[in-house]
Design a protein around this ligand. Sequence first.
Ligand code: AMP
Length: 595
Amino acid sequence: MRFADLVAWYDRIEATSKRLEMRSILVELLRATPSKDLPIVLYLSQGMLRPEYEGVELGVADSLARKAVVQATGASAAEVTASVRASGDLGTTAATLLEKRPRLDTAAPLEVEEVYAGFTSIARASGEGSQEVKVRTLVDLLNRATPAEGKYVLRFVLGTLRLGVREMSLLDALGVAFADGSKEARSRIEAAYNLSSDLGHVAATLASGSLDALSSIGLEVGRPVRPMLAERATNLAEILERMPEGAAIEYKYDGLRVQAHIPSEGAVKLFSRRLENISAQFPELVADLPRAIRHKPAIVEGECVPIDPETDEIRPFQEVSRRRGRKYDLDKIQDEIPVCLFLFDTLMAGGTSVMDRPLPDRRKELVTLVRPTDRVRLAQQKVVHDVEGAQTWFDAAIADGCEGIMAKSIAAGSSYRAGARGFWWIKYKRDYTHTLGDTIDGVVVGAFYGRGRRAGGYGALLLATYNPEEDRYESFCKVGGGFDDATVAGLPAKLKSKEVAERPKGLLTELEPDQWIEPHFVLEVRGAELTLSPIHRAGVGKIRPDAGLALRFPRSTGKWRDDKGPTEATTSDELVTMYRAQVKQAPARPAAPES
Ligand code: AMP
């Protein structure tokens, strides 16, 4: 496939803000893509080179990309700088400058495969001389590129391609392009994606056969499964009502979710909740797991929490988050902040998938599978049949330093549902002194300049929930409280790379911040209550036409949810459920509009 054709579709996608229109352009694009190019097109359109879990990064700095533009267009560095200042984007600048440059008629048109190969060699280049390799590869591509192609090449390598194409839209489009577009087809495609976490692979499998071909996609050690998620409840009685056959109540450890893949031979791989490979951050778990797991290959899940080595007590979550993203002194920090992985589920044991078996069977497998060590243990669990039993166990969890409990269904259908949120698992956290017991994980979509002590930086952030049905973000609060001075001082630097000139695609809000921020960062907040709002758009129309939900008196808890991607933030529907639960608890409270 010609790269020029692909970028023509990208131009059309970029020009639309309507979801349905975007979907039909994507359907056309997928249908027109030869099957050998399908995986590539799927990755590229999301701004990636490989599925996210492989963690392949291009690593092209702005200065390096400018160098390539200078060399390919013959413009001076000063001209490039001036043009970027005017256009705000090196991609647009490259297109303008390429337009002026005489293009060799003999230059063969770029194929998508060639561009992809170029990007891949840029990503692979490392060590001495790698900068030169990157510049040379970029220049080679730009020399053959049309202005429109050059624009996208640069945006891609700089990570500023913002087509707004997310997984949900691609899953919809795949269902229409390669099946009958029905709900059933969509859910089978999504199931294959939840198992493989690789849209390129799913698309290629679909294109090579029919929907039935998807059944060839199964569990594979080394390839993460999208995690099963929990709903929430406001009290223990509600949990037992939903689980009449009894509930397996587990401690809810406050740490990082880890999916561990233990092969028969070779290195253990650890994946975070958002499927990043985090093996390097926890060398002691990588070392201990092969000893702790009796029957390999296996895939197990647990929560990694910091532990006091002297007393064996659980320490606060913030300590383990310091270990994430750490690249140096890993040995030192391993002793400073020791961790323990509390395993709560198994997806594969001794090479056999056990995902489809009910929870009590999986727990039995897990108990036989695990030989506990200092670093790897079983999550505490007890099956209860009444509220009193659940309450006793909940109190024990809090006393042992956990944030609450996870109640899990033990019914016949309680299989492991990859990527799905449902009442098979219900989280119930300790009700702090706040009216609204639970926290909300909001996506940062904008920032407001600070005043007074915060002058010169940002004073507040605009947060949004994610709405997966519409594949869009919906604002629910402006939060300025709860930040410590160091966090406030660090906000401009933290947000810098995600600042965008225009409102991000697929964002609903009636509030205009001083600076728009591309959805990326997830912040945990608490508040007094949820109210109906004419300004915020979370769950708009679900309770009352034209009104969205807003969080009153929001405060940051200080916890950046780096383990969650923007689409894994609290959903608009969850907020609606929380609102309804709150109304049930306090029916007399008037729902005053709130900004
Ligand atoms: P939340 O992040 O608040 O949505 O709560 C769900 C998270 O709780 C999961 O993704 C896990 O990381 C964590 N968790 C802690 N203990 C358990 C457990 N026993 N079972 C399942 N998840 C747990």
